[in-house]
Design a protein around this ligand. Structure first.
Ligand SMILES: C[S@@+](CC[C@H](N)C(=O)[O-])C[C@H]1O[C@@H](n2cnc3c(N)ncnc32)[C@H](O)[C@@H]1O
Length: 340
């Protein structure tokens, strides 16, 4: 199973869409267009959690269509981008395309929960997904919901492997400083653009940096750490950075959880999504890792994620195709560093 949900892949267009976030970032006018778009979406209370579109005013239907990557009349689009100059700039960076009939569409979809917004670029092809594609899926919303539950305000939060930057953007409503990191430069550049959609107060709290897991970050300095880790085993991951979790699929989640836990300040909480694997020899690497943290005085919890989403099928597939694995399930790991 491919972990990129079909709903996010727009292959119907005959135009070749090339997502080049660096080019957009380099254009001040294109960034201004995104800021204007974000402002309009915020005012219209646009909400789009994959297939659950909500906009509180039907007069704003063309704005919603634009944000979903559909074609709308270029003159309406221009109003949402702040005028012809910024619209042209966006077109010049290929973040938007226009037909000979004057219909414009974006090369991305805007994800929004009404608080946070992020840019999810469309793929050029559903069959040929590049290894450095920027990912968002049902699990992104699961992580956002866990953040809603466990991220209870504080000074500093970090979203490791941020992808589009959606969850980091959400965390700006609870934390003074939010770091969004990723090893994939296309992801960090896209998250920088997602930042442009946010109101100034949220934007100034969010910082995006390229990084390998938690490398180089000061231990003990974050009140909240979260990650939606890649957990697909090598033989099924097609080398895609967003899904490849190592030989069994637990190698990279182990690093994220171990290095992420070291970042926690006293009373800090880590939330990680990954798969829990049980092997025929009775071993369970996730349970063993959490036992180690319990021995060190952390409180830990494994919550199975809700059953009605595609990752359980993917987990079943992992259990069936990975030698020695008797079961796999998609879970949320919660870890708290207790004060001594
Ligand atoms: C399943 S995606 C989740 C993206 C985003 N957090 C979300 O929930 O929508 C996993 C993310 O981890 C990133 N990643 C993979 N290996 C990494 C590493 N060694 N260090 C940092 N990020 C990494 C990928 O580029 C990808 O953006």
């Amino acid at each position: 199973m491919d972990l990129y949900p079909a709903a996010t892949v727009n292959t119907s267009s005959t135009l070749h869409r090339t997502w080049d976030p660096e080019r957009v970032l380099a254009s001040a006018d294109a960034c201004l267009a995104l800021r204007e778009l974000g402002r309009h979406l915020d005012e219209a209370n646009f909400i789009n959690r994959f297939g659950r579109l909500q906009i509180d005013d039907t007069a704003n239907q063309s704005l919603a269509d634009l944000a979903l990557g559909k074609y709308i009349d270029v003159s309406s689009a221009s109003n949402f981008f702040g005028g012809p100059q910024t619209t042209e700039a966006l077109l010049g960076t290929k973040a938007a395309t226009i037909t000979s009939e004057g219909r414009l569409s974006l090369s991305f979809e805007v994800l929004s929960d009404g608080k946070a917004m992020a840019i999810l670029p469309f793929l050029d092809s559903a069959d040929d997904v590049p290894v450095d594609s920027v990912y968002a899926g049902t699990d992104s919303w699961l992580l956002r919901d866990q953040a809603w539950k466990y991220a209870l305000r504080g000074q500093r939060a970090i979203d490791l492997g941020t992808g589009t930057g959606l969850v980091a953007a959400f965390l700006t409503s609870r934390y003074e400083t939010v770091l969004a990191t990723d090893i994939n430069q296309r992801a960090t550049s896209t998250a920088q653009l997602s930042r442009e959609l946010l109101p100034e107060s949220a934007k100034s709290r969010m910082h995006v940096v390229a990084n390998d897991v938690a490398g180089g970050l000061r231990p003990g300095t974050f009140d909240f750490v979260c990650v939606n880790a890649p957990w697909v085993p090598t033989h099924r991951a097609n080398d895609r950075t967003y899904s490849h979790g190592g030989e069994t699929g637990f190698e990279l989640p182990r690093r994220f959880i171990s290095e992420g836990a070291e970042l926690l300040a006293p009373d800090g909480i880590l939330v990680a999504l990954c798969a829990e694997l049980a092997f025929s020899d009775g071993t369970n690497p996730l349970a063993e890792l959490l036992n180690e943290f319990e021995r060190r005085g952390f409180t830990t919890l494994i919550e199975p994620t809700p059953v009605s989403h595609p990752f359980h099928y993917a987990a079943d597939g992992t259990a069936k195709t990975l030698s020695g694995v008797v079961s796999a399930r998609h879970v949320s790991v919660i870890l708290k560093r207790n004060r001594h």
